[in-house]
Design a protein around this ligand. Structure first.
Ligand SMILES: [Zn+2]
Length: 227
């Protein structure tokens, strides 16, 4: 999810550790074929390319954008929270902060697994990245209008979207701990947006067909012009 500039949710205690916010050091473009041959996730990635990569800094991943049909598929559950997944999570974090965004689902970086990250802490405060593996919305309640919602995979477009005001979420964190928590208001919106991604849904699937058609035509024209 793209930053909305409306970070009105209170800061939550951040229990995540180990999120390395290394300086971004541009490196010559590396052929993905030269990367770690033991990391299958790198090879599952549809559009993996590396702008900066070494064992200390992290990779900025390519973000898949609409109308790429890859975004339309439901994701598969994560079966193992192993080293490859931890590396993917760190790379997704780097990608989200660099974009900048406040949420990112694995499908957006070409990995069709049920994994998302988010950070709704104000940008001038310490970063507080949260990770949800195999998240599910157990209950939902109320209705709220998400104003000017945007998405890193839907360039140059924002729209109001109807969302549930509160949801109950179950997921694992990156340490395989089972989480069950309520999310309200802005956090609820962010999580519904990201969990939608894991089900092959974009926020523009929740707006009127006419509005969506106008946006689709605009993007098709831009693609034709090669912009
Ligand atoms: Zn999105």
């Amino acid at each position: 999810m793209r930053s909305l500039g409306r970070l009105n949710a209170g800061k939550q205690g951040c229990l995540e550790t180990g999120m390395l916010l290394s300086a971004y050091i541009p490196q010559p473009h590396l052929d993905p074929g030269t990367l770690d041959p033991l990391n299958p996730l790198l090879y599952e990635s549809k559009k993996f390319s590396v702008l900066a990569f070494d064992r200390i800094t992290m990779a900025i991943l390519d973000i898949v954008t609409y109308p790429d049909m890859f975004l339309k598929q439901p994701t598969k559950p994560v079966e193992n929270i192993d080293g490859s997944l931890q590396e993917l999570i760190d790379n997704m974090g780097e990608t989200m902060y660099q974009a900048p965004g406040i949420g990112l689902a694995a499908i957006q970086v070409g990995i069709d697994r049920s994994l998302l990250i988010y950070d709704i802490s104000p940008q001038d405060e310490d970063r507080c990245m949260k990770v949800l593996v195999n998240p599910r919305i157990i209950e939902s309640q109320g209705e709220v209008l998400s104003e000017n919602e945007g998405c890193l995979s839907v360039p140059e477009y924002r729209s109001n979207v109807k969302r549930f005001a509160s949801i109950l979420v179950e997921a694992y964190d990156r340490d395989e701990k089972l989480l069950r928590f309520e999310a309200h208001d802005f956090l609820s919106i962010v999580l519904q947006h990201e969990i939608d991604h894991l089900n092959g849904k974009l926020f523009i699937d929740r707006i009127s067909p006419l509005k969506r058609q106008l946006y689709t035509r605009r993007m098709q024209k831009q693609l034709k012009r090669g912009e």
